[in-house]
Ligand binder design. Structure first.
Ligand code: CTP
Length: 440
């Protein structure tokens, strides 16, 4: 019996795939099809895959050509599979010519002509893209902008800024609209990304929602809980997406760490300690409170792991001349746990995250907020474990994918719960009111 194997993502299964599978099957008697796992695709830079692994497997099965479907999960697996299944022929489309010649050592390699004129990427692109308007003056706008081209179905259509550097970039990129007029921007887009000053968020979000535009807004979404609740209700009423942006929530390593904690891997969590600080030039730092800049990121693991029902929150802050805090420490007391958060613009400490539990602790080295790596540390070092997950674009592009998909589906499955968003707003409110605060 001649055994044939082939691999692919098979997203939005199309005629090109079917023809490939048909010809692969005809090369032998038994066809094995390897469908790529979501994580493996992400590692390969395919972040836009629309269908889940199960949907893609079902679609391949439904063609009737595969005698067996397997999942491709790691680099180098092809050699393992060829040996394990005693494969005679490896085949893929001609877009891969030369790439798999190294497999000739293990079996015959055949490249089949690719079907012209159709691809999953094109099918994903063909829907009319969401026109995104960028709003803000901070350099971070530029960072987010660089990530947009990685996301199918999203394009930057306009820019609203007071920054000379960003305006110049807008003109270089050939944007048709670069303006200081927020209402003018709203007319030209389907959705906005807000990286304006936190005091402007509530007004700008309301305005966008009232005009029927979706909103992705850097955290803190609002500086008061009530405003946050009102805007969330407005978004629901208008059937629009309102999403808070904290890129760390979309980093795979962070998301997996959270699952381990929720799954009880370190027992009961007794303490969460997070620090995020930076020493930056006066241009950005002077504009922002340290707590606004870093607070939401540092608060994210606290609220996601321990919940938002804390008993007490004490704040110690140091303010600089302009009235902005350069360092803030928040201490939370829960019924059965504690948390501490250190943030600052103008102070530097080890930017690590430690989650302590009754069965061990999880350690994420600095800078934990853009991590690809973490460790489980136990009493017996032999039980320690390490995890690594590739992080592309600091998580921003995954965040943009989540936003775009939410708009397409008309439903937000956010990695940040509404209760977390509102708890962050509450902390900002306490901070502004200097509630429970000691001045350093
Ligand atoms: N294939 C083909 N003809 C096409 C598209 C794909 O023969 N028009 C083949 C590929 O060469 C590969 C298999 O089908 O052997 C699975 O390809 P996959 O990467 O899943 O599909 P693409 O449409 O190429 O996806 P993308 O656009 O995301 O790269």
């Amino acid at each position: 019996m001649v055994k044939v194997i082939t691999y692919g993502t098979y997203d939005l299964l199309h005629y090109g795939h079917i023809r490939l599978l048909e010809r692969a099957k005809a090369l032998g008697d038994y066809l094995i099809v390897g469908v790529t796992a979501d994580d493996f695709d992400k590692q390969r830079g395919k972040i836009n895959v629309r269908q889940s692994l199960m949907e893609r497997i079902e679609a391949v099965r439904a063609t009737g050509f595969a005698d067996e479907v397997i999942v491709e999960e790691y680099e180098g697996q092809k050699i393992d599979d060829i040996r394990k299944y005693d494969v005679d022929i490896f085949t893929v489309g001609s877009d891969w010519v030369g790439k798999f010649d190294y497999l000739n050592e293990y079996c015959q390699v055949i490249y089949l002509p690719r079907t012209e004129g159709v691809s999953s990427s094109e099918l994903r692109e063909s829907d009319s893209p969401v026109r995104l308007g960028l709003v803000g003056d901070a350099r971070f706008v530029s960072k987010l902008w660089r990530e947009v081209p990685f996301v199918n179905g999203l394009r930057v259509a306009a820019l609203c800024t007071r920054s000379g550097a960003l305006s110049a970039q807008g003109r270089r990129e050939g944007l048709t609209l670069v303006t200081e007029d927020y209402d003018g921007l709203l007319d030209a887009v389907d959705a906005v990304y807000l990286r304006s000053r936190p005091e402007e968020h509530a007004f700008q979000i309301r305005r966008a929602l009232e005009r029927g535009k979706h909103v992705l807004c850097e955290s803190p979404l609002t500086l008061s809980r009530r405003e946050g609740e009102e805007l969330m209700a407005l978004a629901k009423e208008k059937k629009l997406i309102l999403m808070e942006a904290i890129k760390t929530a979309y980093a795979t390593a962070y998301a997996r760490l959270l699952l381990l904690v929720k799954g009880g891997r370190i027992g009961e969590v007794l303490s969460v300690d997070a620090a995020c600080t930076s020493l930056r030039g006066p241009d950005d730092a002077a504009e922002w409170n340290g707590i606004h800049e870093w607070g939401p990121t540092a608060l994210l693991p606290v609220f996601q792991m321990l919940g938002t029902d804390y008993r007490d929150c004490r704040i110690a802050s140091r303010f600089r001349d302009g009235g902005h805090d350069s360092f803030t420490k928040l201490d939370f007391v829960y019924e059965h746990a504690v948390a501490s958060v250190k943030v600052g613009d103008g102070v530097k400490t080890e930017g690590e995250l430690i989650v302590s539990g009754t069965g061990g602790y999880l350690y994420v080295p600095a800078p934990w907020w853009k991590t690809d790596y973490f460790e489980l540390r136990c009493e017996d070092p032999a039980d320690n474990k390490r995890w690594f997950y590739q992080l592309d674009g600091e998580g921003i592009r995954y965040e943009l994918v989540a936003f775009t998909r939410a708009i397409e589906r008309g439903r937000l499955i956010s990695d940040i719960g509404e209760n977390v968003t509102l708890a962050i707003a509450s902390v900002m409110e306490s901070f502004d009111a200097k509630r429970n605060m000691v001045l350093l």
